[in-house]
Design a protein. Structure first.
Length: 421
């Protein structure tokens, strides 16, 4: 009992203060920390590095403004040149590149160079020519040109840079390089036909694209391209398709514009509208021009298969062609004329795959010493790709055609039985 009584004595009742007692209490003062004199200042926002002005230019001057806004100043000059904008006041009658040249003279060499380096080469060239031609101009006109450019910058009255390089950079992030080339050239050449745009593409780019089309469609395309381009595409086509396309080109007559437009829609989607009427399409001459620019293996494959399909068409093409083997039909004097234009190394390589008849004909028109040298070189000449030999033969054939154009030789094409008297 005594322990319990002791615990009760230790517990004291809680006595709550009355409202009057609380109001009578003195106010509580909270201690406030003294401001620290060593506190670090709040970090300032990072500022762009200040441009160092050329010597002698005040920070609040128009020159300083143009120096700091060189990109915009270049855009204004581009606008002046491309739109041939004319000045006013002391610059009345001065327009385009001359107006831009006045600005460049007035702004000084350092700022002028800073602005011009942001322009395209053709724009710089145009302005530079204006500077060269402008032997003298008044200071008043120069200052007016500076104010004109500054005003356009402040009003954002200038052309944003576009052009080929900008387009290529943007499109290059979206598509393959060959598609970029196609689209840019299409935009740059709005007045030419789509077939001419195809001619600017590499044969190896065009061939896979057309090889899945009907041979008649491919023939229509090739008939509209330059012989060099068409022959390259023909050589890149599958072998089974070459002769079929060649035959269709050979036997093709004039075709309607509507047919060409259908090819446009199904193949390129970029061909331009063609004029009404008919277009010169194919024919033996077109096919002969193509084959004249291919190697002999392509020629042989095309003509042999065409023989089985239509001997008359094949003969018509042969009669308009000049092949490397046709050099044997030249007169001795003409062969000698040709050999003076042909490199001896090329001749050695070209004869490596020639018939014995042609070898005898050619070697019979050179000196014994040179003939012996070429014969020995052919014996020691290592294995070569047929395409490499055909490339050399083609160079010699092109030399034959060049001599024919000059009237120095006469080409007998095909299997003519005509003789000279």
């Amino acid at each position: 009992m005594s322990e319990e009584k002791g615990r009760r004595e230790e517990i004291k009742p809680v006595v709550w203060a009355t409202e009057k007692e609380v109001d009578a209490w003195p106010p509580i003062e909270l201690s406030r920390p003294e401001p620290s004199t060593s506190a670090e200042p709040a970090p300032e926002e990072a500022k762009a590095p200040k441009l160092e002005l050329p010597a002698g230019i005040a920070e609040d001057s128009t020159h300083a403004f143009l120096f700091a806004h060189a990109e915009e100043a270049a855009a204004v000059l581009r606008t002046l040149v491309r739109k041939n904008i004319e000045g006013d006041g002391p610059l009345a009658g001065v327009a385009g590149a001359q107006l831009a040249a006045t600005f460049v003279i007035g702004v000084g060499e350092e700022i002028g160079a800073r602005v011009l380096e942001k322009l395209e080469w053709d724009e710089v060239k145009s302005i530079a020519e204006g500077v060269v031609q402008m032997e003298e101009t008044s200071r008043h006109a120069c200052l007016h040109a500076l104010e004109l450019v500054r005003k356009r910058i402040e009003e954002e009255d200038y052309l944003e840079l576009g052009g080929e390089q900008y387009a290529r950079g943007m499109l290059g992030k979206m598509m393959e390089p060959y598609r970029v080339d196609w689209m840019v050239e299409s935009a740059q050449l709005p007045e030419i036909s789509g077939f001419e745009m195809l001619a600017r593409m590499k044969p190896e780019q065009v061939a896979p694209f057309v090889s899945h089309e009907h041979p008649q469609t491919v023939a229509m395309i090739l008939s509209q391209l330059p012989p060099a381009q068409a022959s390259g595409i023909l050589a890149c086509l599958p072998e089974r398709m070459q002769s079929d396309v060649a035959y269709r080109v050979t036997t093709m007559e004039d075709i309607s514009t509507a047919a060409l437009q259908r090819v446009e829609e199904s193949l390129t989607r970029s061909l331009r509208s063609l004029t009404l009427g008919t277009a010169n399409a194919g024919g033996p001459k077109v096919m002969a021009d193509m084959l004249n620019l291919t190697g002999s293996s392509v020629e042989k494959n095309v003509l042999d298969q065409m023989d089985g399909q239509d001997p008359e068409a094949a003969e018509a093409v042969r009669n308009l062609m000049f092949l490397f083997c046709d050099i044997a039909k030249l007169t001795d004097r003409e062969i000698q004329t040709l050999l003076r234009e042909v490199d001896q190394k090329d001749l050695t390589i070209a004869l490596k795959a020639a018939s014995e008849e042609l070898k005898d004909k050619v070697l019979g028109n050179i000196s014994e010493e040179v003939r012996k040298k070429i014969t020995e070189d052919m014996e020691f000449l290592g294995p070569m790709r047929l395409s490499e030999v055909e490339e050399v033969q083609l160079r010699i054939v092109q030399q034959v055609r060049l001599l024919e154009e000059k009237g120095q030789i006469t080409i007998v094409r095909g299997d003519s039985d005509d003789t000279f008297v």
